[in-house]
Structures are given as structure tokens and as C-alpha cells.
Design a protein around this ligand. Structure first.
Ligand code: AMP
Ligand code: GLY
Length: 424
């Protein structure tokens, strides 16, 4: 069987790596891929947002499955376009993908489905949004409705900051049409955790809890990034709470979308905040998180290909999704300067040494092959992921592996998983 994986991050390297473990998989293609996916399969230079080109490619390659890594192709209708050609796609259709593609849609679904979330209002007019901010006071959260590459959320501490963000989004249109509509919502306080589930439209199979580290600096300081490291399980969401948490934030969404005739198939990712009043959903993603995917797939024992087809075929209840009891910890090594500008083209050494360690896998993100070398080509370069008996052991092994990998101007946070350790 041939498979096409869409995307180019550490998540996609992890997806290719895991899918390649099924003996039925003859060949994996990745569009556009990175240095890591090139080692597992073949990269093809088609962008992840070019839906017609991706569909053409899937047909030409005669793949039996397309796996969408990031949200953009899903929001743009990759699943729908492939379905028309009779090609199975892992990931939701465009309607369901709006859970991530439109914050207003997502908040309205949460409200209608009875999912706990911060009180909010949706605005299309700048003046109305400003009046609401003045009425509510600060802190307050301003969110661009559409996809803004992770930059569309501002937790404003002052009225000026909130109004400036509204002006950027709605008047200056710094995110284009994505910011013409905004969600303004109450600011919540608490620790965040990620909770992901495989979904087949009706049934779901839970993955263990995990926690990302979005801020670039130690102690959660500095600007937000795509994620500087993740570990699983997260002590803030222990196993005993999985079932009730899913009743709160997974089941009602599936029920709501199924009733609309738009069942959600794929990975549903709930971004939770643990407030004084319990968990509240900050956002949904319609895909694996990056870097959450890397530790989660390190722990996954059930065959990923089998799970994906069970989701597509509505047969998730026929299989059991199992994960090792071991803990996984992934540390992102970035290029200095990320998430602002950073240098590229540095040679990476020590990858084999780190990969040779037992229970360690280096997932590549912003890398590309250059001759027989691997060089950096992005901000988040690697996610060095390790399994261990307990969080302290997984963290220790991950940092031992990090020490074996080198490139000029590399940077990583030294406190990935410390937050979890404090809770144990
Ligand atoms: P989102 O894309 O909605 O998850 O927002 C990105 C980040 O903004 C979250 O991971 C939180 O750290 C923060 N955030 C979003 N909504 C809120 C909120 N209502 N209160 C406080 N922080 C928030
Ligand atoms: N790590 C957060 C995300 O993938 O959205």
C-alpha cells in the first residue's frame, strides 16, 4: 500500500515513521516533507495548501490513503476533494475543520453543544468590538476568527492593547480576511493541557493527556511559538479523569456535528485550561498538535494505519487503541531567533548518535537533505523525544539525547516537563 502524508513538520516525520511500521505499507510519500520524512519515504515538492495539486498527486501515485498533518489543507477542503475521487483521507471534512478554521464557528458550536468555554462575543464591526472591550475591562482576549499561523490570539492586559489588537485585525487587516471578524472573550487563568482523541464520526478513542510549552523561554516567558516541547501523560490530567473529560469536551462535539450531518472523522484536539472552576476549552484543533504528536506517537502501541482506517470507516469501536504506560518527553531544538527571524542552512551532526539511544527518536522538522548532510531550513529544527519509566526518567533521557545533537546557533528550553514534575 502507498500512502501520501501532507505537511512538513516534526509531526509529519512522526506520522511517516509510525505509519511505516505497518508491513502493508510499501511506500510513503510526503508533500512537501523535510529531512526526516526523506529518510522514511520520498518527498514531493507540492505545497500543503495546494488542494488541486495534492489531489492530482494522490491520483498519479495511486495512494490508498492521504494523511493530512496540518489544519490548512483540511480547512481548504482536502478531504472533500479526495472523497470526490474516491481516495480515503484521514482528517475531517471542511465543515468540521471549521472547528479550527473559524474561532467564531468553534465558539458557537461549543456554546450550542454545552461545552465549557470562556464567555464570548463575535464582532464584525470594529466600533462594536471596542465598545465591548470598554464595557468588560481587562484582561480580555482578542482572537482573529480565521487561521493566522498561531498569531491570531492576544491576551490583552490593558484596554489600549486590546484596542490596538482589534485595530490591527479589523482595520489594518494584518491577517488579511482572517481578522475581519473577531471573537472577544473573557480571560481565564490556569494551567493548560492538551487532550486528543481519534474520532470516527460517532465513536472516539482517547489518547493520553499531554502538555505543550508554547512560550519560547524558560518559565513560560517570551513570545509564543508553535511549541517548544511536549510530554505525555500530563499529571494535571490523570488517567482517572480521561473518561469524564471526554464526556465534557469530545463527546458533545461529535454528537453536535453528527446531528448536523457533518460527522467529525480524524483527530480532535481539545486545548484545555484548568481554571478554579474546572477545565474549560480554549480551542479545538482538527489534527495532531506539533510537538504533541511526537511524544504521543512514541507511546502509541496500536498500529496507526489500522486506527486511521477505522476512523474513516466508522469502525473505531472494533479496535482497541493502546499506549505504553511509559512517559514520553520531547524537547524541541530551534534555531536562535525563532519565532522571529533566524539563520538557516546550518549542518546538523550527532543525529545518528541520539537516535541510537534506546527509547529515543529524533523527529526532524525544519531540516532538509543537502548531499549526504542534513541542514537546518526552519525555526523549529528537531524534536528529540524519549521514553522513560516516569516523567523524570523520560526528561533526563531526552536531554541526554539533546546533548548529542549539534548545529550552530541552536537553542532549546531547559525546563521542558518541569511543570509536570512539580505536580508529582
Ligand atoms: P487558542 O489558539 O485559542 O488556543 O489560543 C492560543 C493561546 O492563547 C492559548 O494556548 C492560551 O495560552 C491563550 N488563550 C486563549 N484563550 C484564552 C482565554 N480565554 N484566557 C486566557 N488565555 C487564553
Ligand atoms: N502545539 C500546538 C499546536 O499544534 O497547535
Amino acid at each position: 500500500m502507498k500512502i501520501l502524508v501532507v505537511g512538513s513538520g516534526g509531526r509529519e516525520h512522526a506520522l511517516c515513521w509510525k505509519l511505516s511500521q505497518n508491513p502493508k505499507v510499501e511506500q510513503i510519500f510526503c508533500a512537501p516533507g523535510n529531512g526526516g520524512t526523506a529518510q522514511v519515504g520520498e518527498n514531493i515538492a507540492v505545497k500543503d495548501d495546494d488542494i488541486p495539486a495534492l489531489v492530482k498527486l494522490a491520483k498519479e501515485l495511486e495512494v490508498a490513503l492521504v494523511v493530512a498533518g496540518p489544519e490548512v489543507p483540511l480547512v481548504l477542503g482536502l478531504q472533500n476533494a479526495l472523497q470526490q475521487e474516491g481516495i480515503p483521507c484521514f482528517g475531517p471534512n471542511a465543515y468540521a475543520a471549521n472547528l479550527e478554521g473559524s474561532k467564531a464557528f468553534s465558539k458557537n458550536v461549543m456554546h450550542d453543544a454545552g461545552v465549557p468555554t470562556a464567555p464570548f462575543r463575535v464582532f464584525d464591526e470594529f466600533e462594536d468590538a471596542v465598545a465591548f472591550v470598554k464595557e468588560k475591562g481587562t484582561p480580555i482576549v482578542v482572537k482573529a476568527d480565521g487561521l493566522a499561523a498561531g498569531k491570531g490570539v492576544v491576551v490583552a492586559m490593558s484596554e489600549e492593547e486590546a484596542i490596538e489588537s482589534l485595530e490591527d485585525m479589523m482595520v489594518k487587516k494584518v491577517f488579511g480576511t482572517a481578522g475581519e471578524r473577531v471573537v472577544v472573550e473573557e480571560a481565564l487563568k490556569g494551567e493548560e493541557a492538551s487532550f486528543l482523541a481519534f474520532c470516527d464520526g460517532i465513536n472516539y478513542a482517547l489518547l493520553p493527556s499531554c502538555q505543550d510549552h508554547k512560550a519560547v523561554g524558560e518559565g513560560d516567558t517570551g513570545p509564543n511559538t508553535g511549541g517548544m516541547g511536549a510530554y505525555s501523560p500530563a499529571p494535571i490530567l490523570p488517567k482517572e479523569k480521561y473518561a469524564e473529560t471526554a464526556e465534557l469536551c469530545i463527546k458533545p462535539i461529535l454528537k453536535h456535528l453528527a446531528a448536523k450531518g457533518e460527522p467529525f472523522k480524524g483527530v480532535l484536539y481539545a486545548g484545555l485550561m484548568y481554571t478554579e472552576n474546572g477545565p474549560s476549552v480554549l480551542e479545538y484543533n482538527v489534527r495532531f498538535g506539533d510537538p504533541e504528536c511526537q511524544p504521543l506517537l512514541m507511546r502509541l502501541e496500536t498500529d496507526l494505519l489500522e486506527i486511521m482506517f477505522a476512523c474513516i470507516d466508522g469502525k473505531l469501536n472494533d479496535i482497541e487503541v493502546k499506549c505504553t504506560e511509559q512517559t514520553a518527553c520531547g524537547v524541541v531544538i530551534a534555531a536562535e531567533g525563532y519565532p522571529a527571524s533566524y539563520p538557516k542552512g546550518m549542518e546538523i551532526t550527532g543525529l545518528e548518535d541520539a537516535d541510537a539511544m534506546e527509547g529515543v527518536k529524533v523527529f526532524q522538522a525544519g531540516t532538509k537533505p543537502e548531499g549526504d548532510k542534513i541542514v537546518t531550513s526552519g525555526g523549529r529544527v528537531l524534536c528529540v523525544t524519549a521514553l522513560g519509566d516516569g516523567l523524570a526518567a523520560a526528561q533526563k533521557k531526552a536531554y541526554e539525547a539533546v546533548a548529542k545533537v549539534h548545529f550552530d546557533k541552536s537553542y532549546f528550553r531547559k525546563d521542558i516537563a518541569d511543570k509536570g514534575l512539580k505536580r508529582l
